[in-house]
Design a protein around this ligand. Sequence first.
Ligand code: NAD
Length: 344
Amino acid sequence: MAKRHEVTELLGDGIAEELCRSVRAVAASLPVEIAFDTVNLEHSNRRAAGRPIYDQAAASMRRTGAGIKYPTATIEESPNAVLRKLLKFAVIHRPVTTIPGLKTHFTGKIDLDIVRVATGGTYEDPGQMIGDYAAVSLRMVDRKTCEQAAHYAFSVAARDRKSLTSSSKYTIQRVTDGLFEDIVADVAKEMTFAGQVEHRRELFDALLAKLVMKPEAFQVILVLNEYGDFLSDLASGLIGSLGLGASVSLAFDDRGRVSVGMFDAVHGTAPDIAGQDKANPTAILLAFSLLLAHLGEPKAAGALRRGLFDCLDAKEATPDLGGDLGTQAFTEAVIRRAAERLKG
Ligand code: NAD
């Protein structure tokens, strides 16, 4: 009998409802049993309920350990930023893979796991003016968060038999980036299985050039916050779309194990096409596939991912990718293809 999983479902705005229907239909078609605990993060409800709705979302995710979040409009506050603080997300893992059938300028094959320290760097400090003609900001590199990110990145690399590249500007930013690279090296020594993982470090500027020239040389890449931000967008551009990305934000317990994973699409609420059956559910379905893997359902996760790619390769796609299928018809095509993959 299939194991029953409980998953938190965070509703959102714009195309969120259509994406949610797509995920629910796919979930019902796969050999997995999932009970969704729904928390309504639609803007109208956030405004009416205030802070308690976020507390409810965080409490549910702490209990279930896994959540799928639909895009939310950033109006008064950014729900992602609020949840990141409440749940202490330390790492963002973003897989970026060449998508079959998608037209791109770049012809190399990308298959990357970008593991990014989710906090710190220069992003926490708005900076301050020094007189009228200069400004400064603090750049923060936090030991504990880097350790969590390094443990996680080595675990992913060991699990998937991949190499790991840590990247920064350790020759210039000697104290901050130097600390990061020292922590990564310490974690590599300390983790028994990390010895099985080929680890090398690259200066971040050189990494960007090498990634474009020889993408197959990189598998798991571990980076600090800002570098991860730039790298994720570059990699998404190389595969031909910023809009097809999925990511997971991760929090860890005291022993460094993942305690909560929040899975979402990188794109926003697409208000211009909301309610028109035009939304492309690829990114949220890729996020759902990652969630299934996180729940320990690799067969269903793999079938969904391959089913999605089979559809796109066969030009069964939504209008944003030049196809003529609506959200619902595309979802049905994915369900058919995933079922074929499960049989095969
Ligand atoms: P957006 O990603 O929503 O839309 C940009 C363009 O991409 C639009 O033309 C849209 O139609 C298209 N697009 C996006 N997702 C699509 C999909 N799944 N299928 C087909 N087309 C798609 O970005 P935006 O317009 O800058 O932001 C709109 C709202 O989304 C804002 O309120 C913003 O704050 C919010 N947002 C939320 C998240 C999140 O919840 N994670 C992320 C980004 C933006």
